[in-house]
Design a protein around this ligand. Structure first.
Ligand SMILES: *[C@@H]1O[C@H](CO)[C@@H](O)[C@H](O)[C@H]1NC(C)=O
Length: 268
């Protein structure tokens, strides 16, 4: 055995060192503040991804990667976050820039941000999903709760759920009128399943209806009617839209990210 071990060691050493380095890096890179991002396409991110069949690849400085911004990958590992944040999560769609990266950027730049904070983004959005696709027990809901639980298996805690959804509920009147009740049930269920009765939820007021649905105003009214403790509202109405008049542009997503960060910071 001894001669084998002796000859093995020099070859194995670099690998051992690499492994040790990887373990150290991942321990250092556990997030302290975890944010769940859920909803449909405007949360999934379509900035620069509404023309043709690919993302334009434009990453503004506010969306650039940083060692202090991680994302939970589709395979449930922490990695340095980069655009498109929802790659591999918002399945079957051309994904681009969403609000997550500029949100993290604005938060980390804020003097109110806890010192040494590492932001962990947990993308969970899926394009085209009405809120009934997010009821407890549904595929989207369970995927989100599973990812949220994995995300806080270490030392981090969930700081907020960022929710941008409702465009698909603006296509039929019966969905639009049911929106507030469904949203309240969703928030109640998430808080119970994560055992976080006071979980902060920041809801984005929708700016567009899917397929130019007729009930945009009604969904927006319902969104504002949701009254629950620790539920904040940020309005996307008025932000620049792409030519598809459904999706926020990259610059609009940068602005939305800042608005979401301001809403979160106001709770600190
Ligand atoms: C949304 O719900 C419909 C109807 O139950 C279902 O067919 C579809 O697969 C769901 N989509 C997702 C992404 O969960």
């Amino acid at each position: 055995m001894e001669p084998v071990a002796a000859t093995m060691l020099p070859r194995a050493l670099p690998i051992l060192l690499l492994l040790a380095a990887a373990v150290t890096v991942s321990a250092e890179r556990a997030p302290t503040l975890v944010f769940i991002l859920a909803g449909q396409s405007n949360m999934g991110g379509r900035g620069g991804a509404t023309v043709g069949d690919r993302w334009d690849g434009v990453v503004p400085p506010e969306c650039a990667p940083s060692p202090r911004t991680l994302r939970l990958s589709p395979s449930l590992r922490w990695e340095e976050a980069r655009e498109p944040l929802h790659a591999g999560v918002d399945i079957g769609n051309v994904v681009g820039v969403g609000p997550g990266m500029p949100f993290a950027h604005a938060l980390l730049r804020s003097p109110a941000c806890p010192r040494g904070a590492v932001v962990g983004l947990v993308p969970c959005a899926q394009g085209g999903t009405p809120i009934v696709n997010w009821t407890r027990g549904s595929e989207m809901y369970e995927r989100m709760v599973t990812r949220a639980r994995v995300a806080v298996a270490g030392t981090g805690r969930i700081a907020a759920l960022l929710w941008f959804q409702g465009e698909a509920d603006a296509m039929r009147r019966e969905d639009a009128v049911a929106y507030a009740g469904r949203m309240e049930a969703f928030v109640r269920d998430v808080r119970r399943d994560l055992a976080m009765p006071n979980l902060l939820v920041i809801q984005v007021g929708i700016a567009t209806a899917q397929n130019q649905g007729k009930w945009l105003d009604l969904v927006r009214k319902q969104q504002r009617a949701v009254r629950m403790p620790n539920l904040k509202y940020v309005d996307a109405m008025g932000l620049p839209l792409a030519n598809d008049i459904t999706h926020l542009t990259t610059q609009a997503q940068v602005r939305l990210g800042k608005m979401l960060a301001d809403a979160y910071i106001a709770t600190l």
